[in-house]
Design a protein around this ligand. Structure first.
Ligand code: ADP
Ligand code: ZN
Length: 304
């Protein structure tokens, strides 16, 4: 039997999975992210046990997704030790002569949630993960949005909450969303990790303010049908309601959004958003290759 493979490559772990034609997951493993060679050895060990039809990869970044670029498929300016300028896709292609879809981890999660999870009935949605960092992906008319590169929604500038003076956790920006609202910023403000904080802690008002401010900007720019929130920090289930409330307040009377309980939602696929997105991309890549009969010529253009 032949399977679809998925690699959700994160800064701390690589989640690899194989699935059957109906995308039922047959096996899934979580491998610690080490230096590239050691990590890839573990990945190969896992997939070598299967005959693969195609592979979908959602990688931490920044990564090069521009097919015209000479460094297409590389991890680029990452602070992750050992991974800078690594030809990740090239290493996979060398090992497996199959179609490979290549995008960011958040794009894959956005794609998975839109087609198979919380965004199933839509064609346009945004997925934002709030964890160690903040990243977002957009699916537009059913396809992952790529431009000169992939979106970096975590690094948009935000206005500070009144009297919030903590130092930004982002080494590049003093006032970006990630620097002021990702897990490390929560920790800086309170001296505690997000998971240790009580739901009635005042810091959640600040957190909701930043997330809502970003969602307002994405909403006004892209007009998605739905915004799906994931990542470790969003495991605080009370936060969704606080974000909706703050969004309503910040938007004021300007513009009408869809009903907020349906518009701002959590993930439906739990920890599998990225994996399901990668599997779906793998399947589509394989089908596209079949249709165009370009076996061997890897095409990862999600807009057909
Ligand atoms: P990563 O972003 O590294 O892939 P996560 O999405 O799990 O992983 O994000 C980790 C961050 O989320 C950490 O800063 C952690 O403190 C925070 N976090 C994890 N679980 C919770 C929780 N239940 N409530 C609030 N914050 C959490
Ligand atoms: Zn930043």
């Amino acid at each position: 039997m032949e399977y679809y493979g998925s690699i959700e490559a994160g800064g701390t772990k690589f989640v690899c999975a194989v699935a059957d034609e109906a995308l039922n997951i047959v096996e899934r493993v979580s491998l610690p992210t080490q230096f590239p060679e050691a990590t890839l050895d573990q990945v190969f060990d896992f997939f070598d046990g299967y005959k693969l039809k195609s592979l979908g990869v959602g990688s931490f970044g920044p990564i090069d997704i521009n097919q015209k670029s000479s460094t297409y498929g590389h991890v680029t300016s990452t602070p992750k030790v050992g991974w800078r300028n690594v030809d990740f896709l090239g290493a996979l292609k060398e090992r497996y002569d199959i179609p490979i879809a290549w995008t960011t981890d958040v794009n894959a999660a956005a794609y998975g949630e839109m087609h198979l999870g919380a965004g199933k009935e839509t064609q346009n949605c945004i997925y934002l993960t709030v964890g160690t960092g903040i990243g977002g992906g957009a699916v537009v008319n059913g396809h992952v949005l790529h431009g000169f590169s992939h979106p970096e929604m975590g690094h948009i500038s935000v206005q500070r909450y009144p009297n919030d003076r903590i130092e930004s956790s982002c080494p590049y920006h003093d006032n970006c969303l990630e620097g002021l609202a990702a897990g490390p910023a929560l920790e800086k403000r309170t001296g505690m990790k997000g998971q240790q904080l009580e739901p009635d802690h005042e810091v959640w008002t600040i957190e909701a303010f930043y997330i809502a401010q970003a969602l307002m900007n994405y909403s006004l720019t892209l007009s998605p049908e739905k915004i799906i929130l994931g990542g470790g920090v969003m495991k605080q289930t009370h936060l969704l309601a606080k974000v909706r409330e703050s969004l309503k307040e910040q938007l004021g009377d300007y513009s009408t959004l869809p009903r907020l309980e349906e518009y701002i939602v959590g993930c439906d696929l739990g920890d599998n958003s990225g994996t399901m997105g990668c599997l779906l991309l793998a399947k589509e890549q394989k089908n596209r290759m079949k249709q165009t009969n370009e076996v061997g010529a890897e095409v990862s253009n999600f807009k057909n």
